[in-house]
Design a protein around this ligand. Structure first.
Ligand SMILES: [Zn+2]
Ligand SMILES: [Zn+2]
Length: 513
């Protein structure tokens, strides 16, 4: 078994434990173990043979035993137990993070497809619109024989407490998450998928537009008598005389007017993304060494990767002294020769200090390719103080990107009190880029702010803030957030080629010299 497989299993366990609302420390322990395993200096089997598993950071005797079990059996007993065990108590109105919901979706869809009589299955509702927090996971399930499909739902071992309303079913998944299942005949799949995707206001307004044109009410039962059933959502928008609206925009937030004029933006897509500008390595609080991160980025087909470890003041994250930072820069230059196909950018995530100064002297910052500046302290300061602090950092001509600008942690910590409108204005005025941080619990700045930033002429960087190779994959969450913010490739700096990117990032420095 490869380290990646073991790490992915541990990571999956962490996500599922989080989904079930289990003890945060237990979740974190699995997450740390996953990071440690994927970044391990040797193959896990070697470490087991040498009895050195516990030399990995964050792996104690308990997790070491579990890792051994995974390698021996190819399975994680915890996951098996979770799948068959007792349901956790349901918390009322619990909101779950998009990333967790997507984890469930990735398990649920194949599970449903294996049931007899089930055809196409697609995610719908808030998750399909990539809302950052959701209260349930909804799917549309297509079948030719509805009665047979209903029976197979009942027989399944992963759906519990089923309650039916016609062909709509509510259930609790083994992981303790409420799921909504819309069981439909193949011919009704597309319309149901569109209606259940929402948002409610969006759907009603489009349906009203269609009724005006055709005289048919799409949402009434008589919709069945309409001349044809839809194969693609595009046909629905065509009937409404609108261009197709991607799910992320269906919030009744101006998209209908734009769609009627054919003026919706061409949203950024994953294949336009060319490299990550904010990751950590084991030089500070990441777990993988620089080379492992570079290799993983190269495997993703990236054209560049910026190494941005923490700065000296952030002791808790083993921030780099100026000497270590200089050493790292040299190391990166030497490593570059080995990897001609990906540009390794030397950078820093510098703390924005209490007075708004940046945690490294200008002459050091000026020698780096990428400078991210972020707030990691003083979250309780006043709105005025925090706003001034970050705005002052943006006045620094070497600061290119403001990291996770509001500091929120979804479900854990509210954003600090900061005037984001003012940050956006200052970013526009100084030519500073704002980050969409793709960490599952950050998604910071959010889609609404990203849209404001775009309207104000501010460029956005989509970064993962990865602390191991595994987390580079979180970029999808950042791209989803950008899409909710109406961003196009043009608005996002990470879509630039390496040769276009650096002048863009360094335009503040270049303009003012
Ligand atoms: Zn940070
Ligand atoms: Zn960071």
């Amino acid at each position: 078994m490869h380290n990646r497989d073991v790490a992915e299993m541990l990571d999956r366990a962490a996500r599922i434990l989080a989904l079930r609302g289990e003890n945060r420390y237990r979740v974190r322990a699995y997450k740390r173990a996953a990071r440690a395993v994927i970044s391990a200096p040797e193959e896990i089997e070697q470490l087991i043979r040498k009895n050195r598993l516990q030399s990995l950071e964050g792996v104690g005797s308990g997790l070491a035993a579990k890792i051994k079990e995974i390698v021996r059996t190819g399975k994680l007993p915890l996951l098996e137990r979770l799948e068959t065990g007792k349901l956790p108590p349901l918390e009322q109105n619990r909101q779950i993070m998009l990333a967790s919901a997507l984890t469930l979706v990735s398990e649920l869809i194949p599970q449903l497809k294996e049931l007899s009589g089930v055809g196409r299955v697609e995610v719908t509702g808030d998750v399909r619109r990539s809302r950052e927090m959701v209260s349930e996971v909804a799917v549309v399930v297509g079948a030719d024989d509805l009665a047979a499909a209903r029976e197979s739902f009942k027989q399944s071992d992963f759906l519990h407490q089923l309650s039916w309303d016609g062909n709509f079913c509510r259930a609790i998944h083994s992981y303790g998450i409420p799921v909504a299942l819309y069981l439909v005949h193949r011919d009704d799949f597309c319309l149901t998928h569109w209606v259940t995707t929402g948002s409610k206001n969006h759907v009603q307004k489009v349906a009203a537009a269609i009724e005006k044109v055709t005289g048919h009410d799409l949402l009434s039962q008589e919709a069945k008598t309409m001349p044809h059933s839809f194969m693609e959502e595009e046909e629905i928008y065509e009937l409404a005389e609108m261009s197709y609206v991607p799910p992320e925009l269906r919030e009744d937030a101006g998209e209908l007017t734009a769609a009627a004029k054919g003026a919706l933006p061409a949203l950024i897509t994953a294949d336009q993304y060319r490299g990550d500008l904010h990751v950590h390595t084991d030089w500070s609080d990441g777990t993988a060494d620089v080379e492992k991160m570079v290799k993983a980025a190269a495997e993703l087909g990236y054209e560049y990767l910026a190494v941005t470890d923490h700065s000296r003041t952030l002791k808790i994250a083993r921030g780099l002294s100026l000497e270590r930072l200089a050493e790292q820069k040299k190391f990166i230059a030497s490593l570059q020769e080995k990897y001609p196909n990906i540009r390794i950018l030397a950078g820093i995530e510098a703390d924005i200090l209490d007075d708004g100064s940046v945690d490294a002297p200008d002459e050091v910052l000026s020698g780096l390719d990428v400078v991210v500046a972020s707030v990691h302290s003083g979250f309780r300061q006043s709105r005025q103080k925090l706003t001034q602090r970050i705005c002052r950092a943006m006045q620094n001509k070497y600061v290119q990107i403001i990291g996770h600008a509001t500091g929120r942690l979804l479900g854990k910590r509210d954003p600090y009190d900061v005037d984001v409108e003012e940050l956006i204005r200052t970013a526009a005025g100084t030519g500073t880029v704002l980050e969409i941080n793709s960490s599952p619990d950050r998604l910071d700045i959010n889609g609404d702010y990203a849209r404001r930033a775009k309207e104000t002429g501010v460029k956005i960087a989509i970064n993962t803030d990865a602390h191991s190779q595994l987390e580079l994959a979180n970029v999808g969450l950042g791209i989803a957030t950008a899409r909710r913010g109406w961003l196009t490739a043009e608005n996002v700096v990470n879509t630039r080629s390496a040769s276009d990117l650096l002048p863009l990032l360094q335009r503040k420095k270049l303009n003012r010299q």
